[in-house]
Design a protein around this ligand. Structure first.
Ligand code: BGC
Length: 250
């Protein structure tokens, strides 16, 4: 057997910045994951320090691809939104900053897009034709739209306006925790949310990721929607794995 292909994935989240080398043949971590808390004031420079520290901890070859996710719209290496991160990211050329600091090519992408691609390539959306919508439920709601195996980046379906509210402010995991909703109450919110999405896009499949997907049995069976909905297979590893995959396949 040949040597397997490795890429580093780093997932920048609201509370933690996590990275691991990924075996791209298996779609699995090739080493233990490293997690460093996100700096309190998560400016691009402060986050870059942590990312550089994570990259330093792994023994990367010169040509090892590195992919980094942000919880933001990212076009051409520039962050365009900042719903749950420091506003100073908006308009910031994140790719350039990271490339200078790490001294290598970097791929920057939206966190939910990374998770979606990982599920498509290695997880719950494998071999699914037609439109798949992967949603991540966490501090916000992230989304990835994948049509016949191709990602349409930056879909931002967490910000649909429903009953006058930004959808993620009512239906994300953070809303469940903040308002102390039980599984049934939260499932009602999610039903409203996913019904809106299915009425607009008519996907073949929803995949639900984010940390709470580990407890999918507690809430997915309570949803009353017509589209099949399944938990993410890669759970919260998907961001790291997808970032690594896309860095190696840009
Ligand atoms: C952001 C998205 C992000 C999602 C999950 C949303 O608030 O707008 O870009 O993917 O949170 O982190």
């Amino acid at each position: 057997m040949g040597k397997s292909k490795i890429a580093l994935g780093i997932d920048v989240g609201g509370t933690g910045i996590k990275g691991a080398p990924v075996d791209l043949d298996k779609g699995a971590f090739a080493d233990d994951r490293l997690r460093i808390p996100t700096p309190d004031v998560a400016t691009p420079e402060a986050v870059c320090d942590v990312v550089a520290e994570i990259a330093r901890q792994f023994d990367l070859g010169k040509s090892t691809p590195v992919g980094i996710t942000l919880p933001a719209v990212v076009t051409h290496g520039v962050a365009r939104s900042a719903a749950n991160i420091d506003e100073s990211w908006i308009g910031y050329h994140a790719e350039e900053l990271f490339e200078k600091r790490l001294g290598r090519d970097i791929t920057i992408l939206n966190d939910a897009d990374a998770a979606g691609v990982a599920e498509l390539r290695y997880g719950a959306a494998r071999k699914q034709d037609g439109l798949v919508i992967v949603t991540t439920l966490g501090t916000g709601i992230g989304s990835a739209m994948l049509l016949d195996g191709v990602l349409a980046p930056n879909s931002e379906l967490g910000h649909l306006e429903i009953d006058g509210h930004d959808a993620e402010s009512r239906a994300a995991t953070s809303a469940r925790e903040r308002e102390g909703l039980d599984w049934h109450e939260w499932a009602e919110r999610l039903t409203t949310y996913y019904r809106r999405v299915e009425d607009l896009f008519w996907p073949e499949l929803f995949v639900v990721g984010g940390g709470v997907s580990k407890q999918a049995d507690s809430f997915l069976p309570l949803l009353d929607i017509r589209t099949p909905i399944v938990p993410a297979k890669l759970k919260n590893k998907a961001g790291i794995i997808g970032a690594a995959y896309l860095a190696a396949n840009r």
